[in-house]
Ligand binder design. Sequence first.
Ligand code: GDD
Ligand code: MN
Length: 375
Amino acid sequence: MKAVVIIPTYNERGNIERIVPITEEVFKKIKNYEMAILVADDNSPDGTAELVKDLSKKYNNIELSQGERQGLGAAYVRGMTHAIEKMGADVVFEMDADLQHDPEKIPEFLAKIDEGYDMAIGTRYSGGGSIPGAWPIHRKIFSIFGNLLIRIIMMRFWLHDWTGGFRALKKEVFLKEKEELTEFKGYTFQVSFLHKAIRDGFKIAEVPFHFGERNIGDSKIAPMSYIANLLRYVITARIKELIFGKFGKFLVVGGFGFVINALVLRALVEWFNWAPAPANLVGAACAIFSNFNFNNLWTFGERRANTVASYSSKLIQFYATSAFGVIFIQTGTIFLGDTFIGRQYYFIYFLIGTGFLLIWNFTMYSVVIWRKSRR
Ligand code: GDD
Ligand code: MN
């Protein structure tokens, strides 16, 4: 097995000079991988590339990939392609040049890969990981809350550090996502790559580490455009997931159920002279039956009920949770609004109650009725 540590550089001559010998020392302790370094340099004017060429005379496991400057993400896509295609890498690392990522941690990442994980991400926000104590308070807050906000928007809490750039991954992860990694060429690459890897079910582990201080050279990050890009990515990615994912299907099925409910209600009232209340109960019962079957076949199709027994038990659960939601949550909201605020806004209570009902139903469907069976 071969692992290539990719170090992206833009004007990092002074840092490359320091980090290469340190990393080579760490490599000596690693027995089960053939280790190599790839510097992904974007024609740095300070002569980083020339230094790498010199170093490759001393160390026979260093290569250089040069290209036009398009941002950190673009440099990694180019570097990972090079590492896999030209160096035969099975595992690739992301590691900063400026020693904010301690090369001593490399074996811990490899240990996670050996345990069967597809990707190991360094975390500064859990399990003993940390950010520099000397950072000014606003920078700390920014770093901590930024990552928290991303976890909340993505609704995925088990990974703590989405923006960091100290990672190891199997080549299969990169090859699967490569085509989709062209949209965000800068630092947002980190979040978008991780998000796609999670989406596709790759197994991901965390490696806590201390994020050091940069001593030589300057950070390349442009905070304002970075934040704008990050927010744009996480918000649009999440909306797409919701619309095209289960929740979108659930809304389509529910919308169709609503039409059935309305048609049955009107037919019974206008053609058969029923009173509206019992007519609506029949309409709702038909809608619930339609919703159940479409959700079973489509929304939660991969967890569908296949046997008569599980079909009937799911159907009963479905009627029970739907009835509970309609009576207590939707009607309850209308009742509370009517009692404590006033009748004039009754339609608003109906809309709010229906919103709560949607959340209730979707939660019950995904965590109770069509819950994932544990393997
Ligand atoms: N080739 C190339 N091209 N390398 C780049 C570019 C680029 O456009 N921009 C940055 N780099 C290299 C730097 O030379 C450095 O080796 C590494 O990427 C990290 O850049 P820094 O400028 O030191 O980033 P930072 O310390 O501000 O940001 C860190 O935290 C971010 C947010 O959590 C990094 O770890 C980022 O990866 C991380 O996203
Ligand atoms: Mn840095």
